[in-house]
Design a protein around this ligand. Structure first.
Ligand code: HEM
Length: 635
């Protein structure tokens, strides 16, 4: 184990230090932008060359080293690769790209191998994405190795107390990355000024959240719809959810639903009807065309999201480009059809985007590229240029109003990355408590189909008794957003393996909500058991802070708590509730899902038969078809 925490400054060559200082200055726009990411290294930016090099390194260098480290796991568990990664983080290679790449090897090879194995033979465990460790092995690993472990290129804190501390830290510094994905995430904040990447409490972060609350999540019509158990929201969602249910069953596997149109469409449409008064089934003309186009792109977006997390450090710009289709289609729809400045074309709530933008000082300049300029073909890295040009090139009329345009970039990214992706995944994870799914691609190909769980009636009764308890407990066991990071501003003592390490300032640590939610110190010995209502809502950290602390006060107690937690639970409850009512009506009676359109004979068949999966047909897109086979039946 290296001498953790020692000063690393002398290890850096002078030119490198100069480079870092210069980059820090470039990033420190208006004092609110994150200056560096972990290890004192400025954003690791990706371009096509990075992608090629990283794939070569991945295939020819990382795998051999990784295989040795992983094989050593048979003899000594994850001890060796955990120590190796910690050595990269705290030792002489700290602050270097090489260190970051090497650090990722063990978990990269292990994760990809395990994920591949799971896909093919076992079905996909959501937790695997960001936890590496199989839940079933949790107990053994806890006892032998502790809860705070290296994954990818960060230490993931699985100790509940420490994770909660991170969530509640009012001065939490952030980096331009999502969790451990330093290299990939780096391009995101440069393409959009999403507050997610800004320091907690920074002027931009605070203003954006407040304005988002005022214009979107806390708008009077939205608040009214959530009253009374969300009755009005449910009524509004009925037409498009009926259309969804009548369209049949695509044979989705819940953990893969992030890449599924079958799940993404009803969730996104319910979110849109709740937040923006869009009524998908009532749209006509140009607005309907724009909406259909948007839904297809949202499904591509969620599919790409799933692939994005699975791929090694760099990734083809094509993937990134595909991921920008939805933001620009959404931006177009919001500007044209949910805009108080365009009353003639309304197809939803008239949001005052100009007032929203005016309430967020600096929104037009906070990020864009490193110089505060919107990414374009010149001066930006390849990926930034691809992303930026794609966002800008798709005939989005908001570009005539640059400030509104930049604001819409951030809002669209929030609505897709934070709201839609999280809620879609949360919805599928909740459904997974009601249905049993065939495990893995191969068993599925052999004809296994989704079925109700043995205790489906009991589960349905539990859901109906208190949907919120049911949903938050389901998400405790499978957090859609598995963690949230913090850049240390001072060294941190952290229990690690059989001892303690001192993590130097500027390391990234990630509160690992999946693991923290299984910490027996907090949840008892039956932490793995699904038991809705088992604990106060306040103990659930799924939304980046104690659930339900609410926004009644101007300043919520958890300073970067998800502003959409209440909406997410409402949407999941509405979608899962509709699914349940349709297939298993309360008070017994024959399940309604025994018939798919035009299939009269199936009416008398058992439920499991009619749930059988079919490859995506009418509404599918090529990526969806790929995902159907890759993820075992999602479309
Ligand atoms: C099940 C669904 C959802 C889950 C599990 C979830 C969870 C989270 C988490 C853990 C974060 C912090 C992420 C980080 O620190 O890296 C976050 C941030 C955020 N979420 Fe959600 N969320 C969900 C749905 C929503 C919805 C429906 C909305 C909007 C209506 C929303 C809007 C946001 C925004 C804007 C942020 C950034 C907040 C900030 O940085 O201050 N989320 N969410």
């Amino acid at each position: 184990m290296p001498d953790a925490g020692k000063d690393d400054a002398p290890l850096l060559a002078k030119p490198r230090q100069e480079y870092i200082s210069r980059k820090r200055e470039e990033f420190a726009v208006a004092g609110s932008q994150t200056a560096t990411h972990a290890f004192g290294t400025p954003y690791l930016r990706s371009c096509s060359l990075d992608a090629v090099l990283s794939w070569i390194a991945f295939l020819f260098i990382c795998w051999p080293i990784g295989v040795v480290l992983v094989l050593s796991g048979c003899c000594c568990g994850p001890l060796l690769f955990q120590r190796f990664a910690m050595w990269c983080l705290t030792g002489p290679l700290r602050n270097s790209l090489l260190g970051v790449l090497l650090m990722r090897i063990p978990s990269l090879t292990y994760d990809l191998a395990m994920n591949g194995y799971q896909f093919l033979f076992q079905g996909f465990e959501q937790r695997m994405w960001t936890d590496t460790l199989l839940p079933a092995r949790r107990e053994y690993l806890d006892a032998n190795f502790g809860r705070n472990l290296m994954l990818w290129d960060t230490v993931r804190i699985g100790d509940y107390g420490l994770a909660r501390e991170i969530a509640l830290d009012p001065h939490r510094k952030r980096a331009g990355c999502l969790d451990g994905w330093l290299i990939k995430g780096a391009t995101l904040p440069q393409a959009t000024n999403l507050p997610l990447f800004f320091h907690t409490g920074a002027e931009y972060h605070t203003a954006w959240r407040k304005a988002f609350r005022e214009h979107i999540t806390g708008a009077p019509s939205v608040v009214a719809k959530l009253k009374d158990g969300g009755r009005a929201a449910r009524e509004e969602a009925r037409p498009h959810l009926n259309a969804w249910l009548a369209s049949g069953w695509g044979g989705i596997q819940p953990p893969a639903a992030l890449g599924s149109r079958w799940m993404a469409q009803p969730v996104f449409e319910t979110l849109a009807s709740l937040l923006l008064d869009v009524r998908p089934t009532a749209l006509e003309g140009e607005a309907k065309e724009a909406w259909d186009d948007l839904i297809t792109k949202v499904a591509i977006y969620t599919t790409v999201g799933a692939l994005y997390w699975l791929l090694p450090p760099s990734y083809p710009p094509l993937l990134q480009t595909a991921g920008t289709l939805a933001p620009s289609a959404l931006k177009r729809f919001l500007y044209l059809h949910c805009n108080s400045a365009r009353p003639e074309a309304l197809a939803g709530r008239p949001v005052d985007w100009r007032a929203f933008a005016d309430a967020v000082p600096g929104v037009e300049s906070v990020t864009a590229d490193v110089n505060g300029v919107r990414p374009s073909g010149s001066g930006a890295s390849c990926c930034e240029a691809t992303c930026g040009s794609c966002l800008g090139s798709s005939d989005v009329p908001s570009r005539e109003e640059p400030k509104v345009d930049k604001l819409l970039d951030s809002v669209c990214m929030a609505l897709l990355l934070a709201a839609a992706a999280g809620t879609t995944s949360g919805c599928s994870n909740t459904l997974a408590k009601l249905l049993r799914f065939p495990r893995g691609v191969f068993p599925k190909a052999l004809g296994n189909s989704p079925q109700w769980t043995e205790d489906a009636d009991e589960m349905a009764a539990l859901f109906r008794a208190c949907p919120t308890d049911f949903v938050i407990e389901a998400l405790r066991l499978a957090c859609p957003v598995a963690g949230s990071h913090k850049v240390l501003d001072k060294p941190m003592q952290c229990p690690f393996l059989d001892g303690t390490v001192t993590l130097p300032a500027e390391s990234i640590v990630v509160a690992n909500y999946n693991t923290a939610h299984l910490d027996p110190k907090e949840w008892g010995d039956d932490a793995m058991a699904f038991a809705p209502g088992r604990a106060d809502h306040d103990r659930y950290l799924v939304w980046n802070g104690p659930f339900g602390r609410g926004w009644e006060n101007e300043q919520p107690p958890a300073p970067r708590q998800c502003p959409g937690e209440e909406h997410a639970v409402a949407v999941i409850s509405i979608v899962v509730g509709a699914f349940l009512d349709y297939h298993k009506p309360a008070g017994g009676g024959p399940p309604k899902n025994t018939r798919t359109a035009g299939d009269a004979e199936a009416a008398s068949e058992p439920v499991a038969r009619s749930l059988a999966s079919e490859p995506p047909q009418s509404k599918s897109h090529p990526l969806a078809t790929f995902c159907y086979y890759a993820f075992g039946g999602s479309q």
